[in-house]
Structure formats: C-alpha cells, structure tokens
Design a protein around this ligand. Structure first.
Ligand code: SD4
Length: 311
C-alpha cells in the first residue's frame, strides 16, 4: 500500500508549521517544498525566541542561525552561524541547489544569501535584547531542559539561562512524505540562547540534527546539540530504522545511546528525536518530559502528541 501523505514536526509550534506544509502536500506537492515552507513559519514568528527572527542572541548579542534541508536522494544543504537573514532554511535550500557544497558558515553564508537576493535585516528584537541584558547580569550558561515549560511541570529556573514561558519553543525539525512517496526534512534554529559566538549546534549538520534516506526514512532532533553531534544522532536513528526498528524504537535507542555515553550529564539535559519511515509511520522519544511533536495528514490536521521520555 502507498504510504499516507503526512508531515510531522517538533514541538507545539509544529502545528502551524505543519499546516503551511500541508497546503502543499495536500495538493500533491513535493515534500521538499512542503518542509521549506513549513519551517519558514516559526522562522517568522516574533513570539518564538529559538528559531529565526527574534531568536535569542549569543552571549555577545548576535543572533546567529543554523539550518539544514535534505531530500530523499541525498541532496542536502545547510547554513551555520548565519546572521541577518530571516529565513536560513531557504538559504540552506539554495546551498543545496545552487552550489557544489553542502554547508556554508558565518560571513560566507551571509555573502551567498545576499548574492541570492535575500534581504539583510536586524533580527534582534527589543524583547530578545531585553532578555539578553537580563541574562548578562549573571551571565551563567546552562541550557534549559525545554524552553517550553508548559507541560514540564516545573517552574522555570532563571539560573538555567533562558527565561521560561509559554511563548518559548525550541528548534523546529520537520519530516514529510508526499503523494509521490518521497521524503524530505528540514531543521532550523537560533541554537542555544547565550551560546559562545561562533558556536554551531546539531541543526545544520547533516547526520546530526537532520538525516533523510529515501530508502528508509528520516530523523531530526532538538535539545542540546552537542550531545546529538557527539552521537551522530539523526543518522543513528535512520540506521536503526534500517535494521528494522520502528521510528519510535529507533528514537528510543538513540536517546539511550546518549544516556549511556554520558549518564550523569544526561540527567539534566534534554534531547528529543523525531523520525518518520518510508511507510509514513512517525515516532519520537526524548530524555526528559515535555517534548511534543505535531503530526498532520488527511485525517488529522493538528494532532499534538507528547513524546515518551526516559525521565
Ligand atoms: C542546538 N538543537 O543548537 C539546537 C537547539 C535546540 O532545544 O533544539 N534547542 O543545539
């Protein structure tokens, strides 16, 4: 049987992103167009301080963005630590389609974006600047477990860096399968708030924050990127699916790998994986409570599912 047309995204802001993707998928459009269009939604959202415009800056006050995109045939592109461009996911796609390269960083990524006609903008909003000034008072760096505290069940701990609150979210990772049975994925983020200038997370790294293999499925991640890179997280999830695991089981095993490698550190940090296989089945797993993912298909347009977790 043909796989259902479906899109899945990390966190609750994935619902709105999925709807934008569905406008393309539902009409028989391509998964690659769908994930790019969907990822642009949180990139534009001024209430969202962890993706795109209005993202929280690094410790020096620069908003630096990471993004990647990949299709079923191994075509992929990314930008890392790019500044002043509101839609890094679209620059990542241009890197994939219009350069012989896979990853452009920093000034070079900006230069390429400007050559491609993207507009140079100030992405630091007054609200994010204010939060940065607050952080500077103590300047302690410890990533929060989930910047979205809604169902984490604990008051946000200010000493952990990022102020909590309903309007804060994390990286968006998105996976889709279209009417032609083709998979694609996208991932975009402003990275960890108050990171060192020049720090790059997992999101723009193919195999870490995103991986797609048209024969098997795709995976994407959110949380502390260092732990995901260390374990080639999204590649690992896809390889586990190749060995016969379901998306859920594969995400769980990748989470367990992270914990086994650094058991103490893992108790206080979050990593979540989301995966979709070639049959369109979706699964997810996280270290900590509070990770959720949104799924959209012809039957259900706005399902938000809490991921299972270890703790
Ligand atoms: C990073 N994985 O830059 C991203 C950030 C994130 O929840 O997902 N935060 O490490």
């Amino acid at each position: 049987p043909a796989a259902p047309v479906r899109v899945a995204s990390t966190w609750d802001f994935g619902i709105a992103a999925n709807q934008a993707a569905w406008a393309i998928l539902g009409k028989g459009g391509h998964a690659l167009d769908a994930v790019e269009t969907g990822a642009r939604v949180p990139e534009s959202d001024l209430k969202n301080h962890s993706v795109g415009r209005a993202g929280y800056p690094d410790r020096d006050g620069h908003v630096t963005l990471d993004a990647s995109i990949m299709d079923a045939d191994g075509n992929c592109g990314g930008v890392a630590a790019i500044e002043h461009i509101a839609h890094p996911i679209s620059v990542a796609r241009r890197v994939m389609e219009r350069t012989p390269h896979v990853l452009l960083v920093g000034d070079g990524a900006l230069q390429f974006a400007l050559e491609q006609g993207f507009k140079k903008e100030e992405l630091l909003t007054p609200e994010s600047e204010k939060a940065w000034h607050e952080w500077l008072k103590t300047a302690k760096y410890k990533p929060t477990i989930n910047s979205e505290v809604r169902d984490y069940g604990r008051a946000p701990d200010k000493s952990m860096g990022m102020p909590g609150g309903k309007d804060n979210h994390d990286t968006i990772g998105m996976l889709a399968i279209d009417a032609h049975g083709k998979l694609a994925g996208a991932c975009t983020t402003s990275g960890m708030a108050w990171k060192m200038h020049g720090r790059v997370g997992d999101s723009p790294i193919i195999g870490a924050g995103l991986y797609v293999d048209g024969e098997i499925g795709g995976a994407t991640s959110t949380g502390v990127g260092e732990e995901v890179i260390r374990n080639a997280g999204s590649f690992l999830v896809v390889e586990l699916m190749r060995q016969g695991r379901s998306p859920h089981e594969a995400c769980k095993e990748a989470v367990m790998r992270i914990i086994r490698r650094r058991p103490e550190a893992s108790k206080t940090l979050q990593v979540g994986f989301l995966a979709m296989n070639r049959a369109g089945e979706v699964g997810a797993y996280a270290i900590q409570r509070g990770f959720s993912y949104a799924v959209c298909d012809a039957n259900k347009q706005d399902a938000l599912i809490p991921a299972q977790s270890v703790y």
